[in-house]
Design a protein around this ligand. Structure first.
Ligand code: ASP
Length: 346
C-alpha cells in the first residue's frame, strides 16, 4: 500500500513539475517590476508627476508582458521592462541616474537567469546607455559574471552596445538632488559597520528622497524565473562605491527551484545581509514561503541594522511579493490574463 502511495506521489509530483518544464504552457506566468523605494508621499506628488510614473510603469509592464504572452523567456521579459525604465529620466537608472559626490553618474546593473543560474553584472559604468544590456552581454558573451568600470565599458562597446557621452545621463532634477544632499552634508550620518560606528562626512539620500532604482522579476510559460536590477546607486555616493544591485545574491538573484528577486534601498545593508540569496535559501532549506522569507528580511532584518528599502519577488508557482519598509515603492505587476496593477504608496 505504502509503495502504491509513493509511486502515486512520484507520478503526481513529476506531472505537476513537468507542466512547467516540458513545454505545457503554465498559466501562472507573471511579471513584477519596481521603480525604487523611498519617501514617496502622496502629499508631495503632483497629479501630473504621479501620472507620468504610472504611465512609465505601465509601459514597462506591457513590454515585458508581450514577451511572456508570446511564450518568450523570463529573462527577455525582465530585460524589456528594465529597458523602458532605464530610458525614462524619472527613474534612477540609465537616463535618470543620480550623481556621485564628484558630480558623475556611475551605474550598476545585473541580470540572473534562474534556469541554469547564469548571471551577469556590470558595476561603476559611466558611458553605456543601457547598463542592463551590458549585464546581459557579460552573462551571455563572456566567461565572467561581473565586470567593472573601464573594462566593462570596453567589453560593452566590443559587443556593439550603444556608448554615449557621460553628459547623456545629466538631468536637472538629479543635479539639484545632489546639491540638496551636499548642503545636508553638515548633518553627517552615522553608518554602522557591523557594530563599528563610523561618522561619514556625507549624507546618502536615504530618508528624504526616493531612491528610484529599477528592477524586474518574471516567471515565464516554461516555468523559468529571471531577475534584473539597474541603478545609478545613491545620490552623493563616493567615487567607486558599488551597491547591492550588481552583486549576485545581494540585490539580484534567480533560481528556478525557489524564486527571482530584485531589491531596492540602502544597498550597504542589502549587501551585508545578502538579502536576495538569503530569501532563496530560506525557501530552499528552511521551507519558508516566499512572502514569509521576504518579510523577514525587509520588515525585520534590514531595519534592525538601520537600513531601509524593499524588493520584488516571484516564486516558481507564480506567487509574488512586494514588501517595503519605506513610505512608498513604485511597483507593478502584470498577470497572465494581461491585468495590470500599478502601485506607489503604502
Ligand atoms: N540599492 C541601490 C544602491 O544601493 C539604490 C536604490 O535601490 O535606490 O545602489
Amino acid at each position: 500500500m505504502r509503495l502504491i502511495y509513493s509511486l502515486l506521489g512520484i507520478l503526481l509530483f513529476n506531472s505537476g513539475f513537468s507542466q512547467n518544464r516540458a513545454g505545457k504552457p503554465a498559466e501562472n506566468y507573471v511579471l513584477v517590476i519596481h521603480g525604487g523605494a523611498g519617501t514617496i508621499l502622496k502629499s508631495q506628488m503632483s497629479p501630473e508627476k504621479e501620472k507620468a510614473y504610472r504611465d512609465a510603469l505601465t509601459l514597462a509592464l506591457q513590454q515585458g508582458y508581450a514577451v511572456l504572452q508570446s511564450g518568450g523567456k523570463a529573462i527577455d521579459a525582465v530585460t524589456a521592462a528594465i529597458l523602458v525604465m532605464e530610458d525614462n529620466p524619472l527613474f534612477n537608472a540609465g537616463k535618470g541616474a543620480v550623481f556621485t559626490s564628484e558630480g558623475k553618474n556611475e551605474m550598476d546593473a545585473a541580470v540572473m537567469d534562474g534556469s541554469g543560474l547564469q548571471a551577469g553584472s556590470v558595476a561603476g559604468v559611466t558611458v553605456i546607455r543601457n547598463p542592463i544590456l551590458a549585464a546581459r552581454a557579460v552573462m551571455e558573451k563572456s566567461n565572467h559574471v561581473m565586470m567593472a568600470g573601464k573594462g566593462a565599458e570596453k567589453f560593452a562597446a566590443d559587443q556593439g552596445l550603444q556608448i554615449v557621452d557621460p553628459s547623456y545621463f545629466y538631468t536637472e532634477e538629479r543635479w539639484k538632488g545632489l546639491q540638496r544632499v551636499r548642503q545636508e552634508d553638515s548633518m553627517k550620518t552615522e553608518l554602522d559597520h557591523g557594530g563599528k560606528k563610523t561618522t561619514q562626512a556625507f549624507l546618502f539620500e536615504n530618508k528624504d528622497s526616493k531612491f528610484g532604482t529599477v528592477g524586474a522579476v518574471a516567471l515565464d510559460k516554461s516555468g523559468n524565473l529571471a531577475a534584473g536590477t539597474s541603478t545609478g546607486g545613491m545620490t552623493n555616493k563616493k567615487y567607486g562605491r558599488i551597491g547591492d544591485a550588481p552583486i549576485i545574491g545581494a540585490g539580484t538573484y534567480a533560481n528556478n527551484k525557489t524564486c527571482a528577486i530584485s531589491c531596492t534601498g540602502w544597498g550597504e545593508y542589502f549587501i551585508r545581509l545578502v538579502v536576495a540569496k538569503t530569501i532563496s535559501d530560506m525557501m530552499q532549506y528552511g521551507k519558508f514561503s516566499l512572502a514569509d522569507a521576504a518579510n523577514e528580511l525587509v520588515m525585520k532584518q534590514v531595519p534592525a541594522l538601520g537600513g531601509d528599502g524593499g524588493l520584488i519577488a516571484v516564486d516558481r508557482n507564480g506567487r509574488y511579493a512586494m514588501p517595503f519598509n519605506t513610505e512608498g515603492m513604485y511597483r507593478g505587476v502584470v498577470h497572465a490574463d494581461g491585468k495590470i496593477e500599478v502601485l506607489i504608496y503604502k
